[in-house]
Design a protein around this ligand. Structure first.
Ligand SMILES: [Zn+2]
Ligand SMILES: [Zn+2]
Ligand SMILES: [Zn+2]
Length: 253
């Protein structure tokens, strides 16, 4: 199994339009972050986490020709705005796209993309089979995913565990019961927005503390703001088992 980080930036991406801070002006490719998304490849299947506003660019850049399923974490714009472009997979693969999400997430997507849910659709709109998940393991293409329900201020968000990998974005609180589902993962992907406190995201220190608490072997932080600092500077501050993810990073698990 391997995970490819398609995007590791917070909702506005990095650089931020018009911003002249040192991070946004950095020439380092690792300081250029599309919106947060990842591709998990396992046994010939391809699972995409979220369809960001950069979805089309991400699929082209990483030459993703197959989509077994999309797993949605939540219905914030920076995680779903690219959904319309899944039409390309309808054309190429000549089949519907399958998308999984919680009841709240699917309701949010329906509000944003009502035309995808209409019964008599305009020709050419995306053909998506939405499948509602509960907070218990579910199977997709012979793979068992365990949802991890985390809190993003007041919004429940789904993390996902597949074998030794757990992927969590947009959280600032995880209950003890949900933490138990993460325990034992070899690789944990976790959101870490910036150093200053935030109402709905873990800070860098809160993310480090959680990795230590759960005794995770290797962790990668994502959903990063330009306010966090330059990739190289922050990397130098981190313990050896914790890394800042960057766009294009591939991790074999
Ligand atoms: Zn987000
Ligand atoms: Zn900036
Ligand atoms: Zn969010």
């Amino acid at each position: 199994m391997k995970i490819t980080f398609l995007g590791t930036g917070t909702s506005m991406g990095v650089p931020v339009i018009g911003c002249k801070c040192a991070v946004c002006l950095s020439k380092n490719e690792k300081d250029k972050r599309l919106r947060t998304s990842a591709l998990i490849e396992s046994n010939g299947e391809t699972f995409l986490i979220d369809t960001t506003p950069d979805f089309r660019e991400q699929m082209l850049k990483y030459d993703v020709n197959k989509l077994s399923a999309i797993l949605f974490t939540h219905a914030h714009r920076d995680h779903v705005a690219g959904l319309d472009d899944v039409r390309a997979y309808n054309f190429i693969l000549k089949q519907d796209v399958y998308a999984y999400g919680s009841n709240i997430t699917l309701q949010g997507i329906e509000k944003m993309f009502p035309y995808i849910f209409e019964e008599n659709k305009y020709p050419g709109v995306p053909e998506v089979n939405f499948i509602e998940i509960e907070n218990k393991p579910f199977e997709v293409a012979k793979h068992t995913f365990t949802p991890i329900q985390v809190m993003h201020y007041k919004l429940p968000v789904q993390g996902f565990r597949l074998g030794d990998l757990t992927y969590i974005t947009d959280a600032n609180y995880i209950s003890d019961a949900e933490k138990e589902k993460i325990r034992g993962s070899k690789v944990l992907v976790l959101n870490a927005l910036r150093k200053e406190k935030h109402i709905s995201h873990f800070t860098l220190q809160e993310a480090i503390d959680l990795v230590n608490e759960l005794e995770i072997e290797t962790a990668f932080f994502t959903h990063i703001s330009h306010q966090l600092g330059k990739h190289a500077d922050i990397t130098a501050e981190l313990p050896p088992n914790i890394h800042l993810a960057y766009d294009g990073l591939v991790v074999d698990i």
